[in-house]
Design a protein around this ligand. Sequence first.
Ligand code: FAD
Length: 317
Amino acid sequence: MKVTEHIKQAKGKTLFSFEIIPPKKGNSIQELYRNIDPLMEFNPPFIDVTTSREEYVYIEKGGLLDRKITRMRPGTVGICAAIKHKYDVDTVPHVLCGGFTKEETEYLLVDCHYLGIQNVMALRGDAMKHQNYFEATKGGHQYAKGLVEQIQNLNQGKYLHDVMEADGCSDFCIGVAGYPEKHIESPSLKSDLKRLREKVDAGADYVVTQMFFDNQKYFEFVEAAKDMGIDVPIIPGIKPIAIAKHLQLLPQVFKIDLPEDLITAVEGCKTNKEVRQVGVEWCIQQSKELIDYGVPVLHYYSMGKSSNVQQIASAIF
Ligand code: FAD
């Protein structure tokens, strides 16, 4: 079922969902299942599975270093299919512009369609580790909007190179990313919201936000998006702080601000166990306030580890 249909069916009740990352190449899927198992009691209607950008690795060969390009966490669509089959839950693969030609994207979408996957997140992806800026893959999309257009074309039976579907078209429900504290490359929040509006106009059905720790930022973002004419559900993405290093890492990687009270509480902790508890409590408070505001879904970034999300979900759902 589509994410938007799950939201409609819930009739105003806030749903629980979460995002997972595929295991590193060479690791078993069992560890992922061990992390998903305890979260299934909270009835997530859908689970997101991220896609990693490819990166360079250096392999020693005859005293020289051979540079190879590889995706360290492959298997997004396979994991979506496996989870869908194992838990009977909808899954949402993240589809990236970066690292994929339009043809490769088309093959991936055809796989999803045949597998009965009805939702996809359309994302640009970040720059590769060695790049300062995102560079579009030759034959790929520059912005997520182009990806949304390609998916919408497929929904209307239009494949690349003028091939038309005879019957049984896909009908993907499309999610896109939104940034309550603006995307790092955007010159202003307003300009970023205009770009978000373009993605929605191109056919995006819902938005999932970047993580934030101050709900006020989300509330203001939703109001500004409404003023901009964006009328699709905006799902808040939230994450519990788990280690003291997150105070530096999260602002650096995601370009977000942390509230002073949270910083003080984390800095007052003596161990990471205490930090984890502070993170859980903060996230519970955030979740309660977001539910009062009437958010359609609370979407948790689990980063592959579920125990703190489980603690939060137990207090909320
Ligand atoms: P876009 O919507 O294309 O926007 C990128 C930037 O370009 C923005 O600054 C926007 O304002 C600007 N822009 C858009 N259109 C134009 C235009 N026509 N002209 C000029 N500027 C323009 N990354 C991964 O690698 N894998 C994942 O699985 C993944 N999952 C994510 C899930 C969520 C919910 C979120 C919020 C992010 C996720 N990301 C993921 C990170 C995401 O790929 C990065 O934030 C990326 O830098 C931007 O992606 P986007 O889809 O928002 O890009």
